[in-house]
Design a protein around this ligand. Sequence first.
Ligand code: ADP
Ligand code: MG
Length: 364
Amino acid sequence: MTIKDICASFDIGGKYISCTEIVSGNINCTYKVKFKRDGEDKEYVLQRINKLVFKEPDKVMDNIIRVTHHIRMNIRKEGASTKTGVLRAFYSRESDEPYFIDDCGDYWRCYRYIKNSVTYDTCDDNDIICRAGSAFGKFQNYLKDFPAKSLFITIPNFHNTIDRFKAFHEAIEKNPYKRVNKVKAEIEKLLSFEKGACLLQEYLDNGSIPYRVTHNDTKCNNVSFDRDTGEALAVLDLDTVMPGAIAHDFGDAIRFIANTVIEDDPDLDSVALDLNKYEAFAKGFITEVKDTLTDLEKETMNLGVFTMTVELAVRFLTDYILGDKYFKTKFPGHNVDRARNQIALAVDIEKKRTEMEEILKKYF
Ligand SMILES: Nc1ncnc2c1ncn2[C@@H]1O[C@H](COP(=O)(O)OP(=O)(O)O)[C@@H](O)[C@H]1O
Ligand SMILES: [Mg+2]
């Protein structure tokens, strides 16, 4: 089937004109599609959902429809634009579902393209980082009265750090590729972090902090910005919305945005938490959510930064020990480089904890 055929199955009017691939995401296959209707250009996003990552795409779409509906209602109440402020999914003409299943069994969805928007894969501009923080904070606010636990768990135990460590222990025990000896120091370091990094999940498990709707992929390129004004428009990429701790979203965003180098840079001396970027994101995010957070949630925000960094290091190293099956690797040892990078970042986060707390205090 062609992209044009797939478009035809969605309830979007007009004449198909053209299609270009958007290469910035790394999970789904994404296309920008142009239509013409009554002489006017219409743009859509067509995406093939990655079935290896999302085993039940219908549940992913169910979550997205419910969450975007809730956000839309709240944006309307504010009198702001729902056209650019939230993803809008179209339904299949045949099945009346918000997806179309092609002859290969692949799931496709179609969104309105957020007009005149741009996303940034990496970002060094603190103004933009701050706006991304506000966008993710607003996302939390729009969903604060949404029943988080009613969402489908589309990736079980995604940020369950206790479970991630359990898998790590099992991998070390099995040692199927005899690689454990090569990463003894890294294992030791991560095990020394285990207790601290599992605390956040314990708080969730024992009800000390609430489950909220979390985005779970709070990267810069999942926020769309107005091409001309630079204003943050909408939070994109809602595939992983699930119940979680708000500190997961804050922590993962900081882990990604405020690392001075990229995630797999082997030059460990250059790895550090950039406090300026940290502050820029925190300012945007915390200013939005501060009135919603419980006291313990406030205390766990920086724990979230540490936890998400350690958790990812654990996942990289587990994958290395088990033969590099999950993360795509470009060379042997790629996962070890990634794990070392995240460990170095976690060490720096520990060092800067007092400064980070001081910064947060300013915005609470
Ligand atoms: N509705 C949309 N409007 C404008 N751009 C979009 C839209 N949806 C996705 N994009 C663009 O496509 C990219 C990839 O989409 P995304 O949903 O993030 O997929 P992935 O899960 O692969 O990261 C985004 O970073 C953004 O640039
Ligand atoms: Mg994305």
